[in-house]
Design a protein around this ligand. Structure first.
Ligand code: HEM
Length: 454
């Protein structure tokens, strides 16, 4: 390894203050185009800088992602971005660090073992079936165009309520989604701005944010209190409440439970809803893939398919992989360097913000042919067999890899299978663009036309 002082500095395309301000404005208005343009012009790493002390690196090569997330992960903590996320989610698994995070992960991990997630299958399926029935009723009433993004958010929230919290949250759906959407956009604005007012300053937008957090908080506290009154159940919250740390005999306090539950409830439903909405959009705009998938789904037995059969369907898996390649909900993974380091031949300054661009990795020309195309068959015909392990990381990688990935994949497969077995979907309208907030959402509602599959 060369000495750090002879390493190259990463390209600095916006070196002067004015260039930086112009660039920041462009980034805020068009984040994805901005990043792709910079990567195309400067290669797989570039940086911006405020004065001499604040460095931001954008990394777009799988080797660099491997270095930061795995090989030298001890040098990288969650970046300051997570201080803003903490305003909403508290000190849960997603935002915590060090020994506290290690303990929480150890306590929570068993609740996410594959067998535990499979035990939630019937409950998940019941909620999916309710949505299928609701679509059927809307269709019978002559309503053919449905707000599919809203429906997917409601469905995954209901699934999260039942399976994670053991609670029927269907009446709370609108309240949760409205308050979460406001809080999410507020957090996102803070993340994008280089400087923010302290969050507790009583400005109108701050007051509105704290009100939303209080509403979400009250709901979660009520759910925890309900569980304490009615203990037991296969849901994740019950498991977390019963779990005792083998090392010191302690269990989670109400505050820890609140932070974890809100994290699972919020982080766990919104990411899956985004994948479902994008998958339905891609299938609606690629009818030949939709027909092939319907054919595959027709091989499943009637009723709720056995989980093993569902999880083994190759095209269904390929469609989901390809959807998360094109529209990864976690489109960036931000970190902060504790000490000076190097990635490739480039120097990383201590305290720098280091952002792994998952969106770019998933479209990198060196690793993907025709990366902008929706081509699920690339996952079935051997083209991805020898793929660089870090060229596709929708769930992150290394010790901080998503704890909920089995949950999400089971849920997404189930929803797509039950909906598409019954309905054909189509979309007429302008192309829907991604809106990169903390997660990559569709930038508008997704009105799909549905009809019964014959
Ligand atoms: C398609 C759906 C999902 C995607 C794409 C996704 C993506 C991710 C990614 C990329 C990370 C790593 C973040 C980082 O390294 O900074 C992560 C972490 C996490 N995810 Fe997910 N996630 C999904 C679903 C879920 C679900 C369903 C749950 C809960 C049931 C969940 C809970 C978490 C938690 C708690 C963490 C933090 C883990 C830790 O740091 O120990 N996620 N997720």
């Amino acid at each position: 390894m060369p000495a750090l002082h002879i390493l190259k500095e990463a390209p600095l395309p916006d070196g002067t203050l004015w260039a930086y301000i112009r660039s920041l404005r462009h980034f805020i208005a068009h984040p994805l185009e901005h990043l792709e343009e910079r990567f195309e012009r400067h290669g797989d790493i570039y940086r911006t800088r405020i004065g001499d002390w604040l460095h931001y690196y954008q990394l777009g090569h799988p080797d660099y992602a491997r270095h930061v997330l795995q090989e030298n992960q001890k040098n990288y903590v969650k970046s300051d971005v997570f201080l803003h996320v903490k305003l909403l989610l508290g000190n849960g698994l997603l935002t915590s660090e060090g020994d506290f995070w290690r303990r929480q992960r150890r306590l929570a991990q068993p609740a996410f073992y594959k067998a535990r997630i499979q035990a939630l299958y019937d409950r998940m399926a019941e909620e999916c079936q309710n949505r299928v029935n609701a679509w059927q009723q809307q269709l019978n009433a002559g309503q053919q165009v449905l707000p599919v993004y809203k429906d997917m958010m409601a469905l995954t929230l209901n699934i999260a309520g039942h399976t994670m919290l053991g609670y029927d949250s269907s009446e709370l759906t609108d309240t949760v989604n409205r308050n979460f959407s406001y809080a999410h956009e507020f957090v996102n604005r803070r993340i994008q701005r280089p400087v923010n007012f302290p969050a507790h300053l009583p400005l109108p937008s701050h007051r509105r944010f704290w009100k939303s957090v209080r509403v979400l908080d009250d709901i979660v506290q009520e759910i925890i209190a309900h569980k304490r009154r009615h203990p037991g159940g296969a849901d994740l919250l019950s498991l977390l409440m019963e779990t005792v740390d083998e090392q010191d005999g302690s269990s989670m306090t109400d505050t820890q439970l609140r932070d974890e539950v809100l994290t699972f409830y919020i982080a766990g439903h919104e990411t899956s809803a985004n994948v479902l909405a994008w998958a339905l959009y891609l299938l609606a705009t690629h009818p030949e893939v939709q027909t092939a998938l319907a054919q595959e789904l027709s091989t499943l037995p009637e009723g709720i398919p056995p989980v093993a059969e569902l999880m083994a369907l190759p095209l269904l898996g390929a469609v989901i992989n390809e959807t998360m390649r094109l529209y990864p909900p976690a489109w960036v993974i931000p970190r902060k360097a504790l000490k000076d380091d190097q990635v490739g031949n480039y120097k990383i300054h201590r305290d720098a913000n280091v952002v792994i661009s998952v969106y770019h990795l998933h479209r990198h020309l060196q690793f993907w042919d025709n990366p902008a195309d929706f081509d699920p068959y690339r996952w079935m015909d051997g083209r991805t067999e020898n793929l660089h392990k870090f060229a596709y990381i929708p769930f992150g990688a290394g010790p901080r890899i998503c704890i909920g990935q089995h949950f999400a994949l089971q849920e997404i497969r189930l929803v797509l299978a039950l909906l598409l077995r019954r309905f054909c979907i189509a979309y007429q309208g302008p192309a829907i663009a991604p809106k990169p907030l903390v997660t990559l959402r569709p930038d508008s509602e997704l009105p799909l036309t549905i009809r019964l599959r014959t």
